[in-house]
Every structure is written in C-alpha cells, then in structure tokens.
Design a protein around this ligand. Structure first.
Ligand code: BTN
Length: 259
C-alpha cells in the first residue's frame, strides 16, 4: 500500500451543484484520478445514502467524496469506513462544545447528542479478477440543517450549539487533517488501532440493539466489531451473529416514519 498520494495532500474539485459527488468522483476515478482527489459540492440534486436511500442535500451542509486507491484486498476496504468515521467524529467534536456527546454508530454514522449528524457511503470498483481498483468515500455532515423526518433522528452542528465560526469549510479542513493522519496509521499499523479508537466512541456497546437487515432483524446485545468491520450481536441464547450490512436501532430511539 502507498500513502504518498494522500500525504502530499488532496486535490480539491469544488462544485456548486451536482447530482451526487460520489458519482462525480467515481467518474473521475474511472478516468484515472489519483488518490486524494476530493469532489465537494455546495448542494446535491441526487444525493445518495446507504441501502439505496436518498440523502437530502440542501446548501449549508458538507457533501464530499474522495477517491482512494489503498491497494488492499477488497475484504479490507470496509476498514477505511471506520478510519473515516473516526476522523468525522474528531471533526464534529472539535466543532461542538465539550458538553455535547459525540459517538460512532455502526457502521459509519456519527451521532451528536444521540442524533445522526453524519453519514457515509463507501463504494468500490473491482476489476475482472475481483481486485479492488478504487474506493469512493462519500461523506455528508449536517452543518446548518438536517432532515426532520429521517429514519433515525437527525441533527446538525448548528442545532447542537456550534459557534458561528464553524462552517462546512472549517469542518472539511479538520476532517482532512484527521483523515490524513488516520489513513497513514491504518496503512502502517493495520485495523486494530482504528477499531479500538472507533469502539471507544461506539454508541450502544454492551446494550440491547436491533439490527435490521434486508430480509431479517437481529436482536441482542451489541458485543463487538470484528476484524472485518462486521457487527457482532449476542442473542439471548448466547449465539453470536455477524452482521455485514444493515441499520442499527437502539430501543430508546425507535425508527420514525419518513425516508
Ligand atoms: C447514509 O448515511 O445513508 C450515507 C449518506 C452519505 C451521503 C454522502 S453526501 C456526499 C456523498 N454523495 C452522495 O451522493 N452521498 C454521499
């Protein structure tokens, strides 16, 4: 793996309006854009969330997608979502008063005061042999506004008391600084330090959770995150179930109607 692309900084492409920064970054990656190419937009008209959902993208928030070429196995690529979630959590915590709790919610959400302030869409491209070509790391951070009827209750930095010197620009700067350091550490030392840092901020660990998968629901205690980034849930009979994709809810925050 080679960190040189990122250690030399990011190549910022700032757009006013775009369909989805993930699509634009993916198009550029297909044309050979280098690691660290970062597409940012003031607003998106077709912002995409996980599991095929819409990501409402009005002006005032931060929307960006980064091209990464980590040279790792496809099975390790999901680890980068945890590297990025740690960097988002750092940037969110730096923007907010110290009294506001900032946490990580599996897989890659960041919560402030128990509500979702950031989401991430990690997309990969593989070649005919099944090898990873590139990753697109797409992140949305609610700075000025947030949806009222989201599946999981949402908030924004502004609603949580961020000072008026905090803007999408300053949050992006902090994220890039933190991500650069975290990505270099992951390349050097592997997933374990990243996993530990993420677990230190994990919301609901050791407590009852409900994980909604495409065609099933897993209920039990949030036990761990494994070396592949999967969620490990302990059922009432002690059986461990590994969840690779889904939505996590906590009993005290039932899903609301909407998106
Ligand atoms: C989620 O929580 O469902 C993931 C949301 C990811 C949204 C970001 S905004 C920038 C990038 N472009 C997109 O279309 N989606 C991601």
């Amino acid at each position: 793996m080679d960190a040189a692309g990122l250690l030399h900084g990011f190549r910022l492409i700032a757009l006013d309006t775009v369909g989805s920064t993930n699509d634009e970054a993916g198009r550029l990656a297909g044309e050979g854009a280098s690691e660290g190419t970062l597409v940012r937009a003031r607003r998106q008209t077709a912002g995409r969330g996980r599991l095929g959902r819409t990501w409402i993208s009005e002006a005032g928030n931060l929307y960006f997608s980064m091209v990464l070429r980590p040279g790792c196995r496809l099975g390790q690529a999901g680890q980068i979502g945890f590297v990025a979630a740690n960097a988002v959590a750092d940037a969110v915590a730096e923007a907010l008063p110290g009294t506001v709790a900032v946490g990580c919610k599996w897989p890659n959400d960041v919560l402030a005061a128990g509500r979702k302030v950031s989401g991430m869409l990690l997309e990969s491209e593989v070649d005919g042999a099944g090898d990873l070509q590139w990753l697109i790391l797409g992140i949305g951070i609610n700075v000025e506004n947030h949806p009222e009827n989201a599946r999981f209750p949402a908030t924004s930095l502004r609603a949580c008391g961020a000072g008026c010197d905090i803007s999408a620009d300053t949050v992006l700067e902090t994220f890039c600084r933190r991500f650069r350091a975290g990505y270099a550490e992951w390349l050097r030392d592997g997933f374990e330090p990243v996993r530990k840092a993420w677990l230190a901020r994990a919301v609901g660990r050791g407590k009852d959770i409900r994980a909604r998968l495409a065609s099933a629901t897993v209920e039990g205690v949030f036990e761990d995150v494994d070396a592949g980034g999967a969620l490990v849930v302990r059922g009432a009979d002690g059986t461990l179930t590994t969840v690779n994709a889904g939505d996590v809810f906590f009993p005290e925050t039932p899903p609301s109607a909407g998106e």
